[in-house]
Design a binder for this molecule. Structure first.
Ligand code: TXA
Ligand code: MG
Length: 331
């Protein structure tokens, strides 16, 4: 069972977790997006343990967390101007860039691929852990493969807790959804996953339009994680566009008025039927992101028959949220 440390505002003592990383063990740690399950990115055996613990398909590559631009540069074969510009501006922070990997990066990390995803986390504890361990840290979200990402230690699955040598508890993650993944090898650069940094903002920094996001149904997929059902709770999730009757979806799913239904609504003040659970979601993308996974984790723990979600508007500022909701609804 994992050792635990709770960190507060001051500089925590991360000697134990940092040593565990150097020894090839797994550490759960907070970031500004979601909790990560980390291992020494330069140690193939350690990286394999991440795949095992999560039940993650070996074809899905991991993000490597670095302390700074210098460390990132050693992991890529080249460092284009776009990388310099974006990392100076957005690191440390929730931007992940994809570049051709250097020979330092084991194939286990990149799922045998020629590129590596790099991110310098904007959370003081995550940064301190990468610095103190002295190696780059490969870390996916600390959930079982396909399931919702954890934004608090309370969300961790027992299998993850059992697999970790250390759990560093930094309280709730401020951002609440994952980093934005940007492919800098394609010309022009392309968003592979919408995330906490808006595509519009990245596009403006590069002087190009990035808002269209990842192309669907590419074969082979440029980012394997993208085509899977993902970020999903155990209960079915049904999406309704704003302004349509949320109960029509229940008929389609052969559920009835006595089913245990949770509604996540942005605009509706009262439950549409004598039910059950109505969660008023924030009408603002940042605040919505911060509470989304925690809300779904809580509802999931209570075993509802279905979660009916009113989709936020189809505008670019809501891209990442709509993306996560869509993936959560695929069964
Ligand atoms: O916010 C985050 O990014 C969190 C925290 C822990 O840093 N991490 C995270 O990792 O979300 P993960 O493994 O759950 O998601 C990584 C995504 C996957 O969709 C994966 O396919 C994609 O990034 N990815 C990783 N390496 C890639 C590469 N070389 N090329 C394309 N996509 C890649
Ligand atoms: Mg994940």
């Amino acid at each position: 069972m994992a050792n635990r440390i709770t960190v507060d505002g001051t500089t925590p003592d991360l000697d134990g977790p940092a040593e565990a990383i150097r020894n090839g063990q797994l550490v759960v740690f907070p970031t500004e997006t979601v909790y990560g399950l980390g291992a020494n990115a330069l140690d193939s055996a350690a990286v394999q343990r991440i795949f095992q613990a999560k039940g993650r398909p070996a074809s899905n590559p991991l993000i490597v967390h670095v302390a700074d631009i210098d460390q990132a540069r050693r992991l890529a074969v080249h460092w284009p101007e776009t990388a310099q510009l974006l990392t100076e501006r957005f690191w440390p922070g929730p931007l992940t860039i994809v570049l051709r990997k250097s020979s330092y990066v084991p194939n286990a990390v990149t799922a045998g691929g020629a590129t590596v995803a790099l991110r310098c986390p904007g959370h003081s504890v995550a940064l301190q852990l990468v610095r103190e361990s002295g190696v780059p840290i490969a870390a996916p979200s600390a959930n079982l493969s396909g399931y919702l990402s954890p934004t608090q230690v309370a969300h961790l699955a027992p299998e993850i807790v059992a697999a970790a040598a250390w759990i560093v508890d930094g309280g709730p993650c401020h951002g609440g959804i994952e980093s934005t993944v940007l492919d800098l090898e394609s010309n022009p650069p392309a968003i592979l996953r919408h995330g906490l940094i808006r595509s519009k903002v990245l596009g403006e920094a590069l002087g190009i339009d990035l808002q269209h996001g990842p192309p669907r149904n590419e074969d082979p997929p440029r980012s394997p994680g993208l085509l899977l059902r993902h970020y999903a709770p155990s209960c079915p999730v049904a999406l309704v566009e704003s302004g349509t009757d949320p109960d029509a979806v229940l008929d389609r799913m052969s559920l009835h008025r006595y089913s245990k239904v949770a509604y996540l609504m942005v605009h509706r003040a009262e439950a549409p039927q004598p039910a059950i659970r109505l969660v008023a979601m924030p009408d603002n993308p940042e605040l919505y992101a911060r509470v989304l996974y925690d809300t779904l984790h809580q509802i999931d723990a209570e075993r509802f028959d279905v979660i009916v979600v009113e989709m936020p508007p189809d505008t670019s500022e809501w891209n990442a949220i709509r993306d996560r909701l869509q993936r959560a609804s695929i069964r």
